[in-house]
Design a protein around this ligand. Structure first.
Ligand code: 1GP
Length: 241
């Protein structure tokens, strides 16, 4: 992924099997790959068992060839069929469960598996949506630049490899360009931005501001023609240097 970033911005398609079901997830993944997405993220904040994760991931893998990364909402959301997992900590949660306890519970299983673990800081911004509530996030507001920058630098000092700036799936507004560029200015590690990105313009704004990776989820889940919906969004970030 780091190598891939040297040649340009990355697009990831988030698929939540709790919303789309295993077969629906596989169809979205196939269409997203056709549209040029680079990775599939599987997961979300609704709890899924490892059996459900196994089934959805296997179905996705049978229909597309790009890597599948687990985006877990709890310790059970792991499957050996994925290529990698964002081993993530919700740094601005008020509940230690989302900062360290789920991770501790899953740690040995993840380490013993062949699934690559990518240490990631996860920061949830307003409006936060479901993940803000479920993860008991102390939401970072639109003007709280210093807090965001401090969290980001903390993540880098901890040795985390990537930082995810999240507005929440289905957010009414995405994270502002100013917020992204301020955070980006503080760290060398890649920044992922997601939540509320539904148009090529919004995706491009995030990329221009310094997002290295753009995630979209809802826009594909709600689309009748996933490839046609995603293609202009993906194209809009691929030309940004
Ligand atoms: C949520 O950032 C992702 O975790 C994607 O958000 O569903 O709003 O695209 P959307």
């Amino acid at each position: 992924m780091i190598k891939k970033l040297e040649s340009g911005k990355i697009h990831m398609t988030l698929i939540d099997p709790a919303t789309s079901g295993p077969d629906g997830s596989a169809i979205i993944a196939e269409q997203a790959e056709k549209a040029g997405t680079d990775y599939i993220l599987i997961g979300g904040s609704t709890h899924l068992s490892s059996k459900e994760m196994d089934e959805a991931t296997q179905k996705i893998k049978s229909r597309c060839n790009i890597p599948v990364i687990i985006f877990p909402g709890s310790s059970s959301m792991f499957t050996i069929h994925a290529d990698a997992i964002f081993f993530m900590s919700l740094l601005n949660s008020a509940d230690r469960e989302f900062i360290i306890d789920h991770q501790k519970k899953a740690s040995i299983i993840v380490k013993k598996s062949r699934v690559e673990s990518i240490p990631m800081a996860y920061l949830v911004f307003a409006p936060g949506m479901t993940v803000g509530k479920v993860g008991k996030a102390m939401l970072i507001g639109p003007e709280q630049y210093t807090d965001a920058m401090e969290y980001a630098v903390t993540a880098e000092l901890f040795g985390m490899r990537i930082i995810y700036l999240e507005a929440g799936s289905g957010a009414t507004y995405p994270i502002s360009m100013e917020m992204i560029s301020k955070v980006k200015g503080q760290v060398k590690i890649p920044i992922i931005v997601g939540g509320g990105i539904r148009s090529p313009e919004a995706a491009k704004n995030a990329a221009v501001s310094g997002a290295d990776i753009i995630v979209t989820g809802t826009v594909a889940e709600k689309s009748e023609n996933v490839a046609a919906t995603l293609r202009p969004i993906i194209d809009s970030i691929k030309n940004v240097k």
